[in-house]
Write a protein that binds this ligand. Structure first.
Ligand SMILES: Cc1ncc(COP(=O)(O)O)c(C=O)c1O
Length: 320
């Protein structure tokens, strides 16, 4: 049955992303998510931010309870595990970015992991066309007739980039062990520093640490603003200490708030207001992040970063 307003929705998927707030740790707030479910809700997405896996026990039962498809965004979390199981293997499908300094990087590109054959054919037709679609979608399948054109898009990764990422797979486990050791060392050094909260890592989680997110408590440092604190930390040489930029409450992006100007299919879309996500706003306003290294030889860099933060925190009153 045609839904009201369907003609105004984008032709490709007719999907509308619905945002929900986070809890105090920056994880999806499942109570808030539950309030936003309607009869038309199809899926819930677990985003393993900074490489720290979401609580997949809770998300799996949430998806079961509400009869939703579970999807994952593992773009920060290649090789990270929850209860010993890799992120990307919980959902019906998972998207992974391979761009920039991701734990597994191809320079640019990404991939989808799924064990659902029907979905796989649709993913193929979305990103590829012709040869690979003709080779992989069985001739008798109802979607096979679209193989030559796919969906009219070409979104596939450059083969050289895919080869670069693939060649790193044998080293990924070793790199992640190194990242976990160095992140653990940084957390131990910062655990008792006033004004700084290290991330809470549940016992079930083995993170990949795309970056180390730290929470800032200005009240413990005489109200010193985070921006001023970070300027001082960078002046100590920890130049990559930074606040998350685009990784912010998604409702603040015009693409979600007022997409109609860019995407006519969403012209009738009333986007969320930033007031809808108070916890996400607070988590973002009080988070800064550090790089995490994987080589033992780089331990001195991690130590220099934690020393810079410790020094600035101990001199906070001089910066007011
Ligand atoms: C959590 C998350 N998901 C998805 C993406 C999109 O990845 P890409 O730019 O490779 O499409 C990013 C980008 O870095 C990200 O941080």
């Amino acid at each position: 049955m045609k839904q009201p307003g369907a003609r105004n929705r984008p032709a490709a998927t007719r999907a509308h992303p619905v945002l929900a707030d986070v809890d105090g740790h920056g994880r999806l707030d499942l109570e808030d998510a539950a309030r936003r479910i309607t009869a038309r809700t199809k899926a819930v997405v677990a985003v393993h931010l900074w490489g720290l896996p979401e609580d997949m026990d809770a998300l799996e039962s949430f998806a079961d309870q509400h009869e939703l498809m579970l999807l994952e965004d593992g773009s920060h979390a290649h090789g990270a595990t929850w209860n010993g199981r890799m992120t990307g293997t919980f959902g019906t499908a998972a998207a992974f970015s391979l761009n920039g300094p991701k734990p597994l990087s191809a320079g640019e590109g990404g991939f989808v992991a799924t064990d659902d054959t029907e979905l796989y054919y649709r993913v193929l037709l979305h990103g590829q066309y012709n040869k690979r679609c003709r080779r992989e979608i069985p001739t008798g399948h109802p979607l096979a007739r679209f193989a030559v054109t796919g969906m009219g898009l070409k979104l596939r990764i450059h083969p050289l980039a895919a080869a670069l990422a693939r060649s790193q797979l044998t080293r990924l486990g070793h790199h992640l062990t190194g990242r976990q050791e160095i992140a653990g060392r940084m957390c131990a050094a910062l655990d008792s520093v006033p004004g700084i909260r290290v991330p809470h890592v549940p016992v079930s989680a083995r993170p990949s640490w795309y970056a180390l997110p730290l929470r800032y408590e200005p009240a413990e440092l005489g109200g010193l603003p985070l921006a001023r604190f970070l300027d001082a930390v960078r002046a100590e040489g920890a130049t990559e200490a930074d606040r998350p930029g685009s990784t912010c409450p998604l409702g603040t992006h015009p693409l979600f708030r007022a997409p109609g100007a860019l995407l006519p299919g969403y012209a009738d879309r009333q986007g969320p207001t930033t007031d809808d996500f108070p916890a996400a706003g607070h988590v973002h306003a009080t988070t800064f992040k550090l790089p995490v290294w994987h080589r033992e030889a780089d331990t001195h860099l991690a130590d220099a970063y934690t020393a810079a933060i410790t020094k600035v925190a101990s001199h906070a009153k001089d910066l007011l």
